[in-house]
Ligand binder design. Structure first.
Ligand code: KIV
Length: 274
């Protein structure tokens, strides 16, 4: 018998138990190769509906479909051995009510193998979160700036300053009471995020919400410098892979045009030496 316990992937109760501990490390991933890289260093690989903007060139996340999330979710789950996959429920796949949300969350989990979903919304989603969690669907909630509501919010603004703070706090409390195992706070002022983090018993995962959250999430293409259409203030670039790719592609184009590539070492002899 092995002296060490068999390893198993991270599951929602493990994430919940990390409240107040070493910060949770979360990045988005949309493909198997990126999921492998994320798996080596992170606790959660979030298959965010940001995939629509980042990989598919959409102007917002509104047009992302359940089929897209299933396709990218499967690819990510294939690349993970330790980190937990969480899959975003796309716009229009859960807002009608608990039954619609359950039907589509069940598809996301069954067809990808991911153990949890994420959905946007606070108090108005509490009934749905409770319905899902009571039926075996672990839910990560998402309050503050909820990009699927960009058209009603009027842009990608900070949410929770001054009079808005009480609503964001009430949203976070409602998600916890409904059974969410963790909650994303997006573009919430730092003081409010710290207050929510201190009050809730589930981990808060911040994006543009300051250092006091129980964890941090970034969109991977943002932090690697691969998505350059715009750059939110909360993004720190840890690499400039977009620039590196641009230089590599330019060098390739030059070498093809000048016939420097392919060289003799990249070709195949007409006859195999005996
Ligand atoms: O879609 C996404 O990538 C997200 C994160 C930014 C939290 O929801």
């Amino acid at each position: 018998m092995s002296a060490t316990a068999p390893t198993r992937p991270v599951l929602p109760p493990d994430i919940k138990a990390r409240k107040g501990g070493v910060p949770l490390v979360v990045l988005t991933a949309y493909t198997t190769p990126m999921a492998r890289l994320v798996d080596a260093h992170c606790d959660i690989a979030l298959v965010g509906d940001s995939v629509g903007m980042v990989l598919h060139g959409m102007p917002s996340t509104i047009g992302v479909t359940l089929e897209m999330m299933i396709l990218h979710g499967r690819a990510v789950v294939r690349g993970l051995s330790k980190a937990m996959a969480v899959i975003d429920m796309p716009f229009g796949s859960y807002e009608e009510g608990p039954a619609q949300a359950y039907r589509n969350a069940a598809r996301l989990m069954a067809e990808t193998g991911a153990p949890a979903v994420k959905l946007e919304g606070g108090q108005h989603m509490a009934e749905t979160i409770a319905f899902l969690t009571a039926r075996g669907v672990p839910v990560m909630a998402h309050v503050g700036l909820t990009p699927q509501s960009v058209n009603t919010l009027g842009g990608y603004k900070v949410v929770g300053r001054e009079d808005e703070a009480a609503k964001v706090l009430a949203d976070a409390r409602a998600c916890e009471a409904a059974g969410a195992f963790s909650i994303v706070l997006e573009k919430v002022p730092v003081g409010l995020a710290a207050r929510i983090t201190a009050e809730l018993t589930i981990p808060t995962i911040g994006i543009g919400a300051g250092v006091d959250c129980d964890g941090q999430v970034l969109v991977i293409d943002d932090m690697l410098g691969m998505f350059t259409a715009f750059r939110p203030k909360f993004v720190k670039r840890y690499a400039e892979l977009g620039q590196a790719a641009d230089q590599a592609i330019a060098a390739y184009a030059d070498e093809v045009r000048s016939r420097a590539f392919p060289g003799p070492e990249h070709g195949f002899a007409d006859q195999v030496k005996s």
